[in-house]
Design a protein around this ligand. Structure first.
Ligand code: GTR
Length: 327
């Protein structure tokens, strides 16, 4: 009895301590993510939250609403602009129709590798894009890694552009990605991420395109068993904050938020590299057919009209040139 009582008292004390810690957060920033708990982006924002809490002596906290609990990316972006959501971790893709600078790092085959993308996004072009968010009621905090995206489908192994002819693929809600797929001779359907699984399953679309971790965590590999590593996109992911939420913070706290976001980037990159490997192993084990023997040159050449249509202003042209000149 005494033993039970002691345990009970200890439990109560620890619950009280935990809620005291939670209660000490003066400000809790609500952050959205489409991915499930444990995914590298979710874990990185959680890590940022821990840094922020520690550095603000427990005053500033972040609560991550994972698994699209606050909505699909396009909707959560609008809600972040309105200040309904404080923070958002999204791909740059759904920003393409709103902020033209985000189109440049979203261009097909613009980056030679993920290393090239990280170098560019860590440098002046990355800063230029982060700054561009401020004209749209947002504060750009940091870029995360999204690996490279390739096509997968439920119908057949695709080894060349000819194999893509007439097929229907889901793309992120970005006009540029619709044009990218059309330029490859296929049809694109922009739709929210959360609708892709059932749309493939019911045959509304033949497939979609994404990186290893998303192909795995979304379960898309269960319904689309052919994955062609054409690596047409290396789109960075971004962490943004509602300008109205940012402006409510003191200058010192704003600096803490910016620094914690920056410090979460190496955490994210390490988690990403590990997750790419485990996801690849998992889908290979599930018997997915991976098509690696693919000549990318015709894919790259087919993108010329996309560049012509979207890289129109001198600002964007300069950004493309700067990216290409980055070694
Ligand atoms: C993932 C990305 C998500 C989301 C998703 C999609 O790779 O991390 O933010 O954009 O792709 O295709 O909608």
């Amino acid at each position: 009895m005494t033993y039970v009582k002691t345990i009970g008292a200890a439990l109560l004390a620890s619950v009280a301590l935990a809620s005291a810690a939670a209660a000490s957060c003066e400000i809790t920033l609500r952050s959205s993510d489409t991915h499930p708990d444990g995914y590298p982006t979710v874990a990185a924002v959680n890590a940022m939250g821990e840094m922020l809490k520690e550095r603000s002596d427990g005053r500033l906290c972040i609560e991550v609403f994972h698994s699209a609990q606050l909505g699909e990316e396009k909707d959560t972006i609008e809600q972040t602009q309105f200040g309904v959501i404080d923070m958002n971790r999204v791909s740059l893709g759904p920003f393409n129709n709103i902020i033209e600078e985000t189109q440049v790092p979203s261009l097909p085959y613009i980056f030679r590798s993920v290393g090239h993308m990280n170098k560019v996004m860590d440098g002046p072009v990355g800063q230029q894009i982060l700054d561009a968010f401020s004209d749209h009621d947002l504060v750009g905090l940091a870029f995360y890694d999204g690996g490279s995206r390739s096509f997968y489908n439920s119908e057949k192994p695709i080894a060349s552009i000819d194999d893509l002819a007439g097929m229907k693929f889901r793309v992120m809600q970005s006009d540029m990605f619709v044009d990218m797929v059309s330029a490859l001779g296929a049809n694109a359907t922009p739709m929210p991420y959360g609708e892709v699984y059932s749309s493939i399953q019911t045959g509304v679309i033949d497939g979609a395109e994404n990186n290893w971790p998303s192909y795995d965590s979304s379960g898309h590999f269960e319904v689309a068993k052919y994955y062609t590593l054409d690596q047409h996109l290396i789109v960075p992911e971004v962490l943004v904050m509602a300008k109205s939420s940012f402006d409510k913070l003191s200058v010192e706290d704003q600096a803490l938020v910016r620094q914690a976001a920056r410090d979460s980037v190496p955490v994210m990159r390490d988690l990403w590299i590990a997750r790419e490997q485990t996801s690849e192993a998992r889908v290979r084990e599930a018997g997915v057919e991976i098509i690696t023997d693919i000549d990318k040159t015709p894919f790259i050449e087919a993108m010329v009209p996309v560049y012509e249509k979207y890289v129109t202003s001198t600002v964007l042209q300069q950004m493309v040139a700067d990216i290409q000149a980055t070694n």
